[in-house]
Design a protein around this ligand. Structure first.
Ligand SMILES: Nc1ncnc2c1ncn2[C@@H]1O[C@H](COP(=O)(O)OP(=O)(O)OP(=O)(O)O)[C@@H](O)[C@H]1O
Length: 711
């Protein structure tokens, strides 16, 4: 008899396994479709079963969300992994069958097998076909290792192509096998050419990322990560995870994602919906605080001063200064009687309320209520019965009481307060005494103030002051959790604006001090965290890069010593891709040629130049027949995007062409930091074209092109 052919055996077994997994995928898809149909039919009949209009609306919203959550994108795999828990000897087994338990030891799950995917899918009997990646048991998919298998015997990862299951990869953790970052499926995911908006990374979240994603809701954390280490991905997945675990609480309070600009927000907008989370607010800080239209710009020194934390004290004092001392007693007539409140109780009311430290607007109402309370007591004493609510309301609004309030606790608007402070040097001097120098006060004072707040042409920094003032007057309603991306660029005053919106919630702060380009960019995370009201949050580094190829990281890292920040250097997981630095005579012509060459490869092409050079490059490409998109148009069919250097933060392109680094550096005070951002956008290849000399720190780079295989 011939010897058995081992290879054939193995491949037959693989084929059988693959067929079984495909069948499981088909079953799961059908089950998901059934779940969705059920949700849709409930949605259709929702208003008939709900008792009243409010209940119908609430139910309608819940069901509509449920329907959206259950959407099945045929190009996205429904599951991407499988966990086979080791059999547990009888004497060690427990009786628990609870798959949602937090304990993932094999004691609970011994002998069981779970597919892990983007959402729960159950069969008609309620048995899980796919477990949500956020379920406690799924944690082992990301965290189990050969050293700590957590009861997992085999971890399986699936390879997909256009939604079809094409391969799998097993790690026999029970036999000490572990692929880690050498996983073929992980490598393929990281190295895939990029097109379109950002995608989720649920299939390949790394253990150190998972630790951040699954941190407790109560924990505020700050992630310092080099470019491409997955900070944005971590923040978005953390939002999705927290919503899963604390659904009701966070739905009421809300989750907010703060990003640097609209182009960035459009780029990340699809990630959470793909994970079934459709109710997360995304905004820039400017949008968050937009109480007034911004219609003017000002000198950068003035803006920088307005972003300084001392302005919070100046504004607080300016508000306090509005509180006066009662000068006259109050005399009120209600038509039948005259009532009088003497100076002494009025002093007491104002003092007591001041000491309570309430927001100013609430304080004004408290004073009014206390004055009316005194009138009420007098009325009760005289008439031996309580006055009606209408009488109390009338007293609160009557002229003598309002005049008294306007004199000692005048009504304020945030805009009005800032307007009066910046147009009146004496008022500013009183509030800023000992906080701002005379020169700084002069810098702040408007030369030609508008007559009213309404007529003022506000700047972006004024809006920050107005938001601070607004926080002093009224308490803002906050979010349950706030994720702040590119947080290194937040000024102290912007941090405070976010703090007001997360006072009773937690924050995930994501950023890279080396990428700070704002004039007030952070140099120490502890300071930002203090302004955010979370001084004790842990600062956690991420150092493994998933975007930028090693050769490109090495080139960009030449800038690090010049950036004056203390950050851990990144290492890249990517050995592919490459770098080509070239002196050219005609920048525009060279850019067109480079873009044409880049189009021969798969993936997106990003041309990044100093802002003022962008229009001409776009025109030159158009003249050569290359259509281009703008950075905020993430659904574009065009493969080439021309991006001004100031808008490229957080974005990535497969092939990046950087045009004239010296011009990018020269365009702004923190130009070298900007260049560091620009050089770290490439997923596969970076071409640097220059006719002026390279900025100093880059001159030590090899002059020859560092083309790596596959270019
Ligand atoms: N675990 C992972 N598996 C696969 N891809 C990943 C993983 N982590 C990050 N990535 C990918 O790496 C790229 C960079 O991620 P991301 O944009 O989150 O990094 P970042 O740290 O926010 O970068 P930057 O500092 O430039 O803003 C993205 O394409 C992301 O999908």
């Amino acid at each position: 008899m011939p010897a058995p052919d081992l290879d054939t055996d193995v491949s037959t077994r693989l084929d059988t396994d693959l067929a079984a997994e495909r069948a499981h995928l088909a079953t799961s898809r059908a089950a998901l479709a059934r779940m969705r149909e059920r949700a849709e039919s409930l949605f259709a009949t929702g208003d008939q079963v709900a008792g009243d209009a409010y209940a119908a609306e609430t139910l309608g919203r819940t069901l509509a969300r449920r329907v959206a959550e259950l959407a099945d994108d045929p190009t996205t795999p429904l599951f991407f992994g499988r966990l086979d828990f080791a059999e547990v000897p009888d004497h060690e087994a427990t009786n628990s069958e609870d798959t949602s338990s937090g304990d993932t030891s094999s004691g609970d799950h011994g002998g069981r097998r779970y597919h892990v995917g983007r959402r729960h899918v159950t069969d008609e009997g309620g048995e899980p076909l796919v477990l949500d990646w956020r379920a406690p048991v799924s944690r082992s998919f990301y965290r189990a290792s050969a050293r700590d298998p957590q009861g997992v015997a085999v971890r399986r990862r699936f390879g997909f192509s256009s939604g079809a299951l094409t391969s799998f990869e097993d790690e026999r953790l029970d036999r000490g096998e572990e692929l880690g970052t050498t996983s073929r499926i992980l490598t393929a995911e990281i190295e895939r050419p990029r097109v379109g908006p950002m995608r989720d990374i649920v299939a390949t979240i790394q253990p150190e990322q998972d630790e951040l994603v699954r941190a407790d809701l109560a924990d505020s954390i700050c992630v310092q990560g080099a470019p491409g280490t997955g900070k944005t991905a971590v923040g978005l997945h953390r939002a999705a995870y927290l919503l899963y675990l604390h659904r009701e609480r966070l739905r009421r309070a809300g989750v907010l994602i703060v990003g640097p600009n609209r182009a960035f927000l459009s780029y990340i907008a699809a990630v959470l919906p793909a994970l079934g989370e459709v109710e997360v607010e995304q905004a820039t800080v400017e949008e968050l605080i937009a109480r007034v239209p911004v219609r003017a710009v000002e000198a950068s020194a003035v803006a920088a001063l307005k972003h300084d934390a001392r302005m919070a004290d100046v504004l607080r004092r300016a508000v306090q200064a509005q509180i006066g001392t009662p000068a006259d007693p109050i005399t009120v007539s209600d038509g039948s009687f005259r009532w009088r409140i003497g100076l002494e109780p009025l002093h007491r009311i104002v003092e007591e309320t001041r000491r309570e430290g309430l927001p100013y607007g609430t304080g004004r109402e408290r004073v009014r209520a206390r004055v009316v309370g005194l009138l009420q007591r007098q009325a009760e004493a005289r008439r031996a019965e309580s006055p009606s609510d209408a009488w109390l309301r009338r007293m609160g609004r009557c002229r003598p009481v309002v005049d008294f309030l306007d004199a000692v606790w005048p009504a304020l608007t945030p805009e009005g307060l800032v307007h009066s402070l910046l147009s009146d040097p004496a008022r500013l001097a009183a509030a800023a005494d000992g906080l701002l120098t005379d020169a700084e006060q002069a810098l702040l004072t408007w030369v030609k103030p508008a007559r009213t707040a309404k007529a003022t042409r506000w700047t972006a920094a004024d809006a920050v002051l107005i938001d601070e003032a607004s926080g002093l007057l009224e308490r803002a309603s906050g979010f349950g959790h706030v994720v702040v991306d590119e947080a290194q660029d937040l000024s102290p005053m912007q941090c405070r604006a976010i703090a007001r919106r997360s006072e009773h919630g937690s924050v995930t702060l994501l950023g890279d001090l080396a990428q700070g380009t704002a004039p007030w960019a952070a140099t120490d995370w502890r300071e930002s965290l203090a302004h955010l009201g979370k001084p004790d949050a842990a600062v956690v580094p991420l150092t493994v890069g998933f975007r930028v190829p090693a050769a490109v990281v090495a080139f960009a890292n030449l800038l690090l010593p010049a950036l004056a920040v203390n950050v851990p250097a990144a290492e890249s997981l990517r050995r592919d891709g490459g770098l080509d630095v070239r002196t050219v005579a005609d920048l525009t012509a060279a850019t067109v040629t480079e873009v044409r060459a880049a189009l021969a490869h798969d993936g997106s092409v990003g041309v990044i130049a100093a802002d003022e050079a962008v229009d001409a490059l776009r025109a030159a490409l158009a003249a050569d027949g290359v259509a281009t998109a703008t950075a905020d148009d993430v659904t574009t069919a065009e493969r080439v995007t021309v991006v001004p250097a100031t808008l490229v933060k957080g974005l990535e392109y497969d092939h990046v062409v950087v045009v004239e680094p010296a011009a990018i550096v020269a365009a702004e005070p923190r130009g070298l930091h900007r260049l560091y951002v620009v050089l770290t956008r490439a997923v596969s290849r970076l071409s640097v074209l220059h006719s002026e000399p390279l900025p100093e720190p880059l001159r030590t780079a090899p002059r020859q092109a560092t083309r790596v295989s596959g270019w």
